[in-house]
Design a protein around this ligand. Structure first.
Ligand code: GDP
Ligand code: IMO
Ligand code: MG
Length: 423
């Protein structure tokens, strides 16, 4: 009945997985359309607790067709592990999972190059997830990529791999790395291909028909707006575009078909990896947010950096992406705070400044201006009715709405599926 896009409105890990799981209840189709297994989307429902890296978070709703569209980069071993893990948990994919043959493959050399580039950059590193995401996109952009489709013809795959190994092994040699072996890679990828083959089908026709038939489609963004490679804090970003418009390239859905664009934001802010973060709390309060919020990466287990809600950045995300609704997650984590701060603006050398998207150097120099709100010091955990929220929590949310310029339509009060307020 509607096409809904869910994107991260901060630096990733906003709780997109939880929101998508909730909103996909009646979905006919759920789609991942960009990024790869750098994503880690946590879902807690009747099947258990999962951190999904490639399979869309809406996949637990068995009526839904599950699509990994063209824009996703695929590590076939991670995909197979995830299919198997979910099958063992009671979520089967027979006749409902479609992975586009156009998806680019993450190859063993991508992961090695990811590590080598990071090591070479030392202090200037991005702090990637180490999954080969930058290098696979670089190969895609420079016409050196290998796609899932190439595996249907072993000879063709072998030829493409041979060229790439000629190039990549030269680079590896410069870094004193062992060269990669063609036969070994072929065996691994051909074995995985045999397992994945039933799921490799182009989803384009199904998606277009679903749009015509006015079906319910849920589109799952990965990462977050501030990790976008045009508008985020470059070079501390990811390799795919995270803005709402990239759904057109990644899933083949024209912009005019989007009915809702939901931005997910935590009630505070986190970031994992390097890069500027104006509201970061490098003190006990930051540590408290990390411990209470369980702020450790779903993909790498790294501790996440924590800080107050930055309304400047989320307002930017709202504007840039045409966000129609916000989903605020982890409100419960603020339950015990005496005072809660919100960044309402920045100053630079004592002068008020506005955020200019895409400029990491600038963002590293600004000072946040805070508004202090009274905490509620009561439990908001698990509340499902807006009227039951403590007054101070409502005041906090109303202030976020005002500052970000977007309607808050969902408030998540716990990690489990049912712990949500729909306004
Ligand atoms: P994603 O990448 O955007 O899907 O987010 P992650 O799964 O990486 O990180 C979000 C974390 O917060 C996960 O551990 C979720 O289980 C958890 N979470 C999501 N919403 C809530 C909430 O409202 N309250 C609490 N306490 N945890 C939440
Ligand atoms: P989800 O979908 C948070 C960050 C990395 C690093 C930068 C580049 O779970 O919200 P990459 O491996 O993509 O080359 O790393 O981007 N990053 C994420 N941070 N959540 C994510 O995904 C992320 N995916 C990548 O930490 O700073
Ligand atoms: Mg995550």
């Amino acid at each position: 009945m509607a096409v809904t896009l869910v994107i991260g409105a901060q630096w990733g890990d906003e709780g997109k997985g939880k929101i998508i799981d909730v909103l996909s209840k009646n979905a006919d189709i759920v789609v991942r359309y960009h990024g790869g297994n750098n994503a880690g989307h946590t879902i807690i429902n009747q099947y258990g607790k999962f951190a999904l890296h490639l399979i869309p978070a809406g996949a637990f709703h068995k009526q839904a067709k599950v699509i990994i569209a063209n824009g996703v980069v695929v590590d076939p071993s991670v995909l197979w592990e995830e299919i198997t893990m979910l099958k063992n948990a009671g979520v089967s994919f027979a006749n409902r999972l479609m992975v586009s043959p156009n998806c680019h493959l993450i190859m063993p050399y991508h992961k090695i190059l990811d590590r080598l580039f990071e090591e070479a950059k030392g202090k200037g590193k991005t702090g990637t997830t180490g999954r080969g995401i930058g290098p696979v996109h670089a190969d895609k952009a420079s016409y050196n990529g290998i796609q899932l489709d190439d595996l249907f013809d072993k000879k063709n795959f072998g030829e493409k791999l041979k060229v790439q190994l000629q190039l990549k092994n030269k680079i590896l040699k410069c870094f004193d790395e062992k060269p990669l072996d063609q036969k070994e890679i072929e065996k691994t990828y051909f074995d995985l291909f045999e397992k994945l083959k039933p799921f490799i089908k182009e989803p384009y026709t199904l998606i277009q028909k679903a749009i015509k038939d006015k079906k319910t489609i849920m589109l799952e963004g990965a990462q977050g707006i501030l990790l976008d490679n045009n508008w985020g804090t470059y070079p501390f970003v990811t390799a795919s575009s995270t803005v709402s418009g990239n759904v057109t390239a990644g899933a083949g859905i024209a912009p005019r078909h989007l009915n809702h664009i939901i931005g997910v934001a935590k009630a505070y802010t986190t970031r994992v990896g390097e890069g500027p973060f104006p509201t970061e709390l490098l003190n006990e309060t930051g540590e408290l947010l990390r411990q209470k919020g369980g702020e450790f990466g779903a993909t790498t287990g790294r501790p996440r950096r924590c800080g107050w809600f930055d309304a400047v950045l989320t307002r930017f995300a709202v504007e840039l992406n045409g966000i129609t609704d916000l989903a605020i997650t982890k409100l419960d984590i603020l339950d015990d705070f005496e005072e809660i701060k919100i960044c309402t603006g920045y100053t630079y050398q004592g002068q008020k400044v506005d955020y200019v998207g895409g400029n990491a150097n600038f963002l590293a120099k600004v000072k946040p201006v805070f508004k202090t709100m009274k905490g509620w010091k009561k439990s908001a955990t698990g509340i499902t009715n807006y009227k039951d929220l403590p007054k101070e929590a409502k005041d906090y949310l109303k202030t976020l709405e005002k500052l970000t310029g977007a309607k808050i339509s969902y408030i998540s009060t716990g990690a489990k599926r049912h712990e949500i307020i729909k306004k």
